[in-house]
Ligand binder design. Structure first.
Ligand SMILES: Cc1ncc(COP(=O)(O)O)c(C=O)c1O
Length: 418
């Protein structure tokens, strides 16, 4: 069992952080790879973030006005230029608000109801998208024709009847399902890298873009994990595919709450409050685009854009990824590594890992024990979750983690019943 903060047998309570390190309430020190689920790409308490917060307080004299600000326009323009040149942007306070808004825009734009999403993809704790994220495979139907399964007790049959589940990285099956439902589909939403790390295969991604364009179904990239992490321009840059709407969150606030929708101006124009009620999409939020979040976001882009910085992050991430893979190889543990840019994960299986059902076939139990052992040895990540690095992770951190990883697997092997 796991939730955002809970995992079996019990979660660790953290008390303090600095750079790549965190300390728990008992004073134990860890190299942190959770990095608040990837949100902290500059590390904990980065100087650029502190300075940005102080500068907002000093120059604006407040944390929020409830009015538009220059900072909001400046950051919105920067995001638009990276993710959808010529498009429009709207800020929210979280990733789930961004996906909610994107889906509402798509439904209003197409005047259709149904939403297609991929099995195993997460788009936030929002009713319309809380299906087939972590279904029981025994109940989820044929892998080529998955049945939408509610992830939360409140998601009723009415919502499910508007839901279409798709199999990631299976183009023939995806095409068949999309063609069958095309007349009713308001959008297709996906994590272009499942769990932030398993890439949509090139042919799959290109075909998906082409078919959704041909059928005039808005394509939504949920880049809440991949934005700024796979590349500065996220999966959009990685694939050179421009979705109709991209949803951003987490990292783009540099550690403060934020979300954003970036996309086609002719879709986002429905947010214009001057439009007729019948064609307008309602959107609100007291803290949307607040000065602190947009300023820290801007500082994050500036830090990541410094020559060589993102490459350094990528190289260190690759080094750790290779080290972990080598340690597993040396001990004969079958595995598949996945991930790009500043994050990766290891799936304990000898079979290719292309989607949710493949992940479910990997050895999640061994992985859980290994991650608990890592925590005991001073390497923190949420068990079974991905590794997220930051600009604060040093070569020494990587070397130390590799040593501790090797020691942790040896401990797990030694304690396994023979
Ligand atoms: C791909 C993706 N979309 C949406 C969300 C929801 O973001 P938030 O937790 O900020 O609401 C998450 C959160 O993990 C996510 O990973």
């Amino acid at each position: 069992m796991a939730g955002i903060k809970f995992f079996d047998p019990y979660p660790v309570f953290m008390k303090r952080a600095h750079g790549s390190r965190v300390w728990d309430v008992d004073g134990n020190e860890y190299v942190d790879y959770l990095m608040s689920y990837g949100a902290l790409i500059l590390g904990h308490g980065a100087m650029a973030v502190r300075e940005s917060i102080e500068s907002v307080m000093g120059s604006l004299g407040t944390t929020v006005f409830g009015t538009p600000t220059e900072g909001e326009v400046e950051y919105g323009t920067a995001l638009r230029d990276i993710y959808h040149p010529g498009g429009s942007v709207r800020f929210t306070n979280s990733g789930l608000e961004a996906t909610t808004l994107a889906v509402r825009l798509a439904r209003a734009h197409t005047r259709k109801r149904r939403i297609a999403k991929f099995e195993g993809h997460y788009h936030g704790a929002v009713d319309r998208l809380l299906f087939s994220y972590s279904p029981d495979v025994a109940k989820a139907g044929d892998p080529e024709s998955p049945v939408p399964i509610a992830d939360s007790a409140d998601v009723d049959k009415g919502l499910l009847s508007d839901s279409v589940a798709l199999p990631f990285n299976d183009w023939e099956a995806t095409e068949r399902i999309l063609m069958r439902n095309a007349k009713e589909l308001a959008c297709v939403i996906l994590e272009p890298f499942e769990e932030g790390v398993i890439p949509g295969e090139r042919r799959f991604m290109n075909n998906l873009r082409k078919l959704t364009r041909d059928l005039e179904i808005p394509l939504i990239f949920d880049e809440v994990k991949t934005g700024f992490r796979v590349r500065l321009g996220g999966a959009t840059e990685f694939y050179s595919i421009v979705p109709d709407i991209a949803c951003l969150g987490k990292i783009i606030g540099g550690g403060l709450p934020i979300g954003a929708v970036v996309g086609e101006a002719n879709i986002l124009v429905r947010l214009d409050p001057r439009r007729n009620q019948g064609t307008r999409v309602f959107h609100s939020g007291t803290f949307n685009g607040n000065p602190l979040s947009v300023s820290v976001g801007m500082a994050t882009i500036s830090a990541l854009s410094k020559p060589g910085e993102f490459d350094l992050l990528r190289r260190r991430t690759e080094r750790l990824k290779r080290g972990i893979s080598a340690a597993l190889d040396e001990r004969g543990i079958p595995h598949r590594m996945a991930g790009e840019g500043g994050m990766f994960n290891a799936y304990l299986t000898s079979e290719p890992v292309r989607n949710y059902r493949d992940i479910k076939r990997s050895d999640l139990r061994l992985r859980h024990f290994l991650d608990l052992e890592l925590i005991t040895n001073g390497v923190y990540l949420k068990p079974e979750n991905r590794y997220c690095l930051s600009l604060a992770h040093s070569d020494d951190d990587v070397s130390l983690t590799k040593e501790r990883f090797a020691q942790s697997i040896d401990n797990v092997i030694a304690s396994a019943p023979s």
